[in-house]
Design a binder for this molecule. Structure first.
Ligand SMILES: *Cc1c(COP(=O)(O)O)cnc(C)c1O
Length: 262
């Protein structure tokens, strides 16, 4: 056992390449290509340096599950990117491949009183789990005169999960969201219960993919309902085999947090 889990930039690059390779293989097993799958790098246990390393490699999709970290990190990273941009105007070849902007994904539970802080910083909110939260987001979006992209979080294992809409209630919530002109329903997100065996997640992912198909048949979200966010470090390959096109990866990239941090 080592007491420090700091992953070096080289280790991070290797882990990133390996995960992309595994994503590509799993995508092929499900008749797709690696580029059809979006990896959201979950930075809740990453250092700011690690996040910058990843972004300098050209990675643009980042996920946070805590409001406080999101609201600290998003402005920091934007400043970093703005600086890089200025530098690259002076020496264009110095920052090739760095995205101009990153896309932050809010993947954790969102309280209604945090909507105003979180929504302006995020490209996609994965964790809409109640009508009241959807209404709050819609109010914000209407006032800001913008469209907010959201996923419904589904509790598809039905057991001991704190958050997420029960599977039978998803379609109804989706129809209610459909009436909110400033929200765009992009799809659904789920988390499988923790297990050491990725195969334990397969039935959960398969059921979630069925719900996703039902939503698509209803033509909700104006044809934009095309995101199925499921799979984490321990089970992302199974999730992709079952149809996920967004996976959320933390530990496999940045290492496990020290025990006291979780
Ligand atoms: C932490 C987290 C992840 C990433 O989990 P890992 O096992 O570290 O890959 C994905 N989704 C959500 C909602 C999370 O909170």
């Amino acid at each position: 056992m080592t007491t420090d889990n700091i992953i070096s930039p080289t280790q991070l690059r290797d882990a990133y390449d390996q995960i992309n390779e595994r994503i590509d293989q799993a995508a092929r097993r499900s008749g797709r290509k690696g580029k059809d799958i979006v990896m959201v790098a979950v930075t809740k246990n990453a250092t700011p340096d690690q996040i910058r390393t990843l972004v300098e490699m050209g990675h643009a999709d980042l996920g946070e599950n805590r409001v406080q970290q999101l609201t600290q990190r998003a402005p920091q990273l934007n400043e970093f990117l703005a600086r890089k941009k200025t530098l690259s105007r002076a020496a264009p070849q110095s920052s090739l491949g760095i995205p101009d902007q990153v896309r932050w994904h809010m993947i954790g539970h969102l309280q209604r009183n945090k909507v105003k802080q979180v929504a302006p910083l995020t490209a996609l909110i994965h964790s809409v789990d109640s009508l009241r939260l959807a209404e709050e987001l819609h109010n914000y979006a209407a006032r800001a005169d913008r469209i907010v992209d959201i996923l419904i979080q589904v509790n598809s294992s039905g057991e001991e999960q704190k958050f997420g809409v029960a599977a039978p209630a998803v379609l109804h919530l989706a129809e209610q969201i459909e009436t909110m002109m400033h929200l765009r329903l992009r799809g659904i997100m789920t988390m499988a219960p923790y297990s050491d065996n990725p195969e334990d997640s397969r039935p959960v992912f398969s059921r979630t993919a069925d719900i996703f198909e039902d939503l698509q048949k209803e033509k909700l979200g104006g044809g934009n309902c095309n995101v199925l966010s499921m799979g984490m470090s321990g089970d992302f390959e199974v999730a992709i085999e079952e149809g996920a096109n967004v996976v959320r990866i933390g530990r496999a990239l940045f290492g496990s947090p020290p025990p006291e941090a979780e």
